[in-house]
Design a protein around this ligand. Structure first.
Ligand SMILES: O=C(O)C1=C[C@@H](OP(=O)(O)O)[C@@H](O)[C@H](O)C1
Ligand SMILES: C=C(OP(=O)(O)O)C(=O)O
Length: 425
């Protein structure tokens, strides 16, 4: 994919449905009684991996462009798969489904692509084992493939060392199958879609600060879910509208759950022109339209409790920082190293290739912004967020940028390049 400096971007865009909520709508629908109807489901490869796993577990799922129907079979309705489950590139699928599989009466093997087979799974294996699960890494390296033998589970009280919604959700889902209450406390609040959605499906779950507690016993019942637009996908348009001179973009129907909306805080801190319009509620989640226009940005510090609320947006924030005047420090974000790629390394490589002054650190990066960036050959390292972040960088840089393996955007945003390039007026 080759991209060059862009004319002003103007107009409106509606980004696809939220990836986290799309995954959960299939998973929770599968273990609920009745048919869950999901509209604005994200047809990204990751969410299709979740659908395929649950189909192999005996759940009928009808996927049409208008809606998906998940014919749930209740908490105990899954059946033993006849083949290995393949989570593809999706950490969310791997970690959340492991919690569900731990409480079944059958054995499963779960694997994924080369990237998934390198991502850490001990973070779920340890707490699930404490609950009585039999879950092992087939190659004994703490990564997938995982072999899970369903067991009877006990409730636990657990403090997670990392603020991770995937770890929290995996434990809470296993908690649905335990013989008593399960509580998870995190060091900082990660996205809370599991808590909100499980409650909507009828589970007895509550949150108190950094602790979420589930009490098993309730059946789950099918829901109608309209998935709000994904703020992680909106991030690329927010940045493009801020960075490309003369731009003004309206991004409609974006989920702005506070546990996800950290990028809005950062844009304001950098001096970006951003207006949040038509704030409303949609399926228990706050939603709004976001208006941005080209801005002269300045550096900021991104750290602490804000990190989980923008973890997937850091590659895009780093690119914004490269165009901003002054220094930006990103810290407390060591989790970046265990995503689809090591995003500290891959962001550093890409920004350096474009002429940016950036220093990687153990838990983030320091970016001395404000130099004009030039086009370069960018390796996406098959990481969708790297490909999309550097596509936006290309529109604001001089010269030609080519992105290797650019089609990896299909993981979370299959139509990304058409939507982005269609805005150049
Ligand atoms: O729960 C989820 O849907 C997700 C949680 C985050 O991962 P971690 O829980 O590993 O931080 C995020 O990076 C991922 O894109 C989706
Ligand atoms: C980290 C991500 O997803 P996952 O962990 O589900 O692979 C992401 O989408 O940026």
């Amino acid at each position: 994919m080759e991209l060059t400096a862009s004319k002003a971007l103007r107009g409106e865009v509606t980004v696809p449905g939220d990836k986290s909520i799309s995954h959960r709508s299939v998973m929770f629908g599968a273990i609920a009684q009745g048919t869950t109807e999901v509209t604005n489901f994200l047809q990204g490869a990751d969410c299709l991996s979740t659908i395929s796993c649950f189909q192999k577990l005996g759940i009928e799922i009808e996927n049409t462009p208008e809606r998906i129907l998940v014919h749930g079979k209740g908490l105990h309705g899954l059946s033993a798969p006849s083949e290995v489950l393949d989570a593809g590139n999706s950490g969310t699928t791997t970690r959340l489904i492991s919690g569900i599989l731990s409480g079944q009466t059958f054995e499963t093997t779960l694997t994924g692509d080369a990237s998934i087979q390198k991502r850490p799974m001990k973070r779920i294996m340890e707490p699930l084992s404490l609950m009585g699960a039999k879950i092992e890494s087939v190659r004994k390296n703490g990564c997938a493939p995982l072999h899970i033998t369903g067991s009877s589970l006990h409730g636990i009280t657990y403090s997670t060392p990392v603020a991770s919604a995937q770890v929290k959700s995996s434990i809470l889902l296993a908690g649905l199958y335990a013989d008593g209450q399960t509580s998870v406390t995190e060091p900082a609040l990660s996205r809370n879609h599991t808590e909100l959605m499980l409650s909507g499906f009828g589970a007895d779950i509550c949150s108190d600060g950094l602790t979420a507690t589930i009490t098993p016993g309730n059946e789950l019942y099918a829901q109608q879910i309209f998935v709000p637009g994904d703020i992680s996908s909106a991030a690329y348009f927010l940045a493009a509208g801020l960075l490309v001179p003369g731009s003004e973009l309206l991004i409609r129907n974006v989920g702005i759950n506070p546990t996800r909306a950290g990028i809005l805080t950062v844009i304001r801190a950098m001096g970006g022109n951003l207006t949040v319009l038509n704030e409303r509620a949609c399926a228990g989640e706050p939603v709004a339209d976001l208006l941005v226009s080209a801005s002269s940005l300045h550096g900021t510090t991104v750290e602490g409790n804000l990190i989980p609320a923008l973890i997937d947006e850091i590659p895009m924030i780093a690119v914004m920082a490269a165009f901003a005047n002054g220094q930006t420090v990103i810290r407390d974000a060591a989790e970046l190293k265990v995503k689809e790629s090591d995003r500290i390394a891959t962001v550093t490589a890409g920004l350096r290739a474009m002429g940016c002054d950036i220093t990687p650190t153990d838990d983030g990066m320091i970016i001395r912004g404000g130099k004009t960036l030039h086009g370069a050959e960018i390796d996406s390292y098959l990481d969708h967020r790297i490909a999309m972040s550097f596509a936006v960088a290309a529109l604001a840089a001089d010269g030609v940028t080519s992105i290797k393996d650019a089609d990896c955007v299909k993981i979370s945003y299959p139509n990304f390049y058409d939507d982005l390039l269609g805005l150049a007026k």
